[in-house]
Design a protein around this ligand. Structure first.
Ligand code: ADP
Length: 164
């Protein structure tokens, strides 16, 4: 049984994340999408929401599970019996960060390998940050995210615009 962990902030999950998870599910038996509870960045959505959006968006995908974690990614991977950590690569600047993380993880857990999937061309140019930025300015982001996320983003920013 080949288990892979796909970790991230998923704030919120986008179609780019889902594309990587679906492609990884063709290679591995189980993908655990792991929502990091306390990333070193300002979050729009609390962990419970980030997990709910992902669970809803992956309902029809039996090989994909969603969990949350707050430890080192390699420790979480070990705790679920994963041999592999999956990440997506969009452009050259992703490479620099991922290369650093890979070197560190290899040192921490030589038994766990990192596997990278190149972003599909239609998702190469967007990130959760861009999606939040567009939604905050009132743009339609329904082509970039699953429907539940589009609705949540609309609600959050409409509330903010109305002082909620
Ligand atoms: P993190 O905070 O760990 O970078 P993200 O949620 O931003 O978490 O991203 C998780 C993973 O998904 C990273 O490997 C990132 O490169 C990848 N990713 C993000 N957006 C896309 C996309 N549009 N296409 C492919 N991979 C992506």
């Amino acid at each position: 049984m080949r288990i892979a962990v796909y970790p991230g902030s998923f704030d919120p999950v986008t179609n780019g994340h889902l594309d990587i998870a679906e492609r990884a599910a063709r290679v591995f038996d189980t993908i655990v999408m792991a929502v990091f509870d306390r990333p070193n960045k300002n979050l729009l959505f609390p962990t419970a929401d980030r997990v709910t959006f992902l669970r809803e968006a992956t309902t029809g995908m039996p090989k994909i599970n969603v969990e949350t974690y707050s430890s080192l990614t390699v420790d979480f991977a070990r705790s679920v019996g994963a041999q592999v950590i999956v990440r997506g690569l969009r452009a050259a600047d992703d490479f620099e960060t991922e290369f650093q993380m890979a070197q560190i993880n290899q040192r921490l857990a030589p038994d766990i390998d990192l596997v990278y999937f190149m972003a599909s061309h239609q998702y190469t140019y967007f990130s959760s940050t861009r999606v939040r930025e567009l939604a905050s300015l009132g743009a339609d982001v329904s082509w970039l995210v699953p429907p539940n996320v589009a609705t949540a983003l609309q609600r959050v920013y409409a509330d903010r615009r109305h002082g909620g």
